[in-house]
Write a protein that binds this ligand. Sequence first.
Ligand code: MN
Length: 234
Amino acid sequence: MHQTMPTPAVTFSVVPATAAIAGSAVRFPVRRIFCIGRNYAEHAAEMGASVDRGNPVFFCKPADAVVDDGTQIPYPPATQELHHEVEMVVALHSGGADISEQRALEHVFGYGVGLDLTRRDLQAVAKAKGMPWDSAKAFDHSAPLSAIRASSEIGHPQSAALTLEINGNVRQQSDISQMIFSVPEILARLSRLFELKAGDLIFTGTPAGVGPLVRGDRFHARLGDIAELRGCIV
Ligand code: MN
């Protein structure tokens, strides 16, 4: 006999992760955050890593690691070495598996600028021991992100200055044209590993100049005239 299960007297207060869209009251629903490592030669060199064209480094952050522009970010626990990595961020409005480079940009909703905040000390230990990077990369508040600019407005930038100032001093400065893997290449390669879908964000790697953040630091990241992100560490 079929019996209806009683409804448990439980409420769940889960807030879906979202990001701002420039000029819109609608928010972008964040499904997953993918990140690529070692995508600028000078940054790979400063980390003592070699660039492997055949084998890009991918890792993930949880969707709710996103933090809006203008937010105070708590210095994370369990680290003595919080680092900034300024990156262009790609937002998808559709996806798929085995996406071709030729059609990859059709899936891009827009572009923003973000920080891939990193517990560098924990990452160094993980690298030395061949352990996963999750504790170093996927912590709470580890993905501050600007409002996303729609590609229907700005197209698909091939070059744009990528800059990070800390307390008014330039710490990182490059151009997205210096990326080793282009956005179409990243999407094509990622989609062979994971089915990409609407709501996915991709952090596209950081140029040289990564360094520490301490409590009280104010950051200002810019991607050309496309996006900017401000915040501080408290
Ligand atoms: Mn990064």
